[in-house]
Design a protein around this ligand. Structure first.
Ligand code: 5GP
Length: 235
């Protein structure tokens, strides 16, 4: 019979591995109409150090002032983007406001390797593609609290080149039609509260059988192994 110190050590190691596994494989999608504030929520989640990794998308649009290649986006030209589409390298991709955006499959692989949750800040077309490719993905739709707040948030972006209020509101209408398909809808009135709600959704998702990466089967294996090594026969 193995000594009890060894068994305890093994159990502790098992528990630590299981904790790492608990964040593995979760794909969290945040979508919102423009002005929903999802990007701010996304950055807060990543910065809080709770095992959440930001998925850096590829895009054909040009960098805005202050944006860094490889950090905010991977900025590529049309030909490079199309080549990646042709090679099937995107988990999802979509045309949004006259530019193309896509999530490279390697983002998913990197997050899984490190046992991190992958956070995608993408539009609804992309969100739905992710759901069909990764059914366990958790889709959260972030709503602005009212038209007044949405207009006030959009007014701040009115000076950006190419920004068109009517186009943005038209897109918002289309996106809102898909809000009910998402797993969760949250209202971003108070940023701290909204971040807290997404965190809660994430924690709950980690407890789903798909989120905890087969902990039940790992425990079954551990029990069978313990029974064998202690020469105990099942009744
Ligand atoms: P922006 O150009 O303002 O950074 O982003 C425009 C829109 O494209 C936002 O709604 C953003 O969430 C979305 N977006 C960014 N990256 C991706 C992506 O990889 N895939 C999809 N489908 N949408 C994305």
């Amino acid at each position: 019979m193995a000594n009890s110190q060894d068994s305890l050590g093994n159990h502790q190691a098992g528990a630590e591995a299981a904790m790492t596994d608990s964040a593995k494989g979760i794909v969290l999608v945040l979508s919102a109409p423009t002005g929903g504030g999802k990007t701010t929520i996304a950055h807060r989640l990543v910065d809080s150090g709770s095992g959440v990794r930001f998925s850096v998308s590829h895009t054909t649009r040009s960098p805005r002032p202050g944006e860094r290649d490889g950090v905010d986006y991977h900025f590529v030209n049309e030909a490079a983007f199309q080549a990646m589409v042709d090679r099937g390298e995107f988990l999802e991709w979509a045309q949004v406001h006259s530019h193309r955006y896509g999530t490279h499959r390697s983002e998913l692989a990197k997050a899984a390797e490190r046992g991190e949750t992958l956070l995608l800040d993408i539009d609804v077309q992309g969100g739905l593609q992710v759901k069909s490719a990764v059914p366990a993905a958790v889709l959260v739709f972030v709503l602005p609290p009212s038209l007044e707040v949405l207009l006030a948030r959009l007014a701040k972006r009115n000076e950006e080149p190419g920004f068109d209020l009517a186009t943005r509101l038209g897109s918002a209408l289309k996106e809102l039609e898909l809000a009910s398909v998402y797993d969760y809808n949250i209202v971003n009135e108070d940023l701290d509260e909204a971040v807290g709600q997404v965190r809660l959704i994430l924690e709950t998702s980690r407890l789903r059988p798909s989120g905890i990466s087969g902990r039940a089967s790992r425990l079954s294996k551990d029990i069978s192994h313990w029974l064998r090594s202690h020469d105990v026969h099942r009744p």
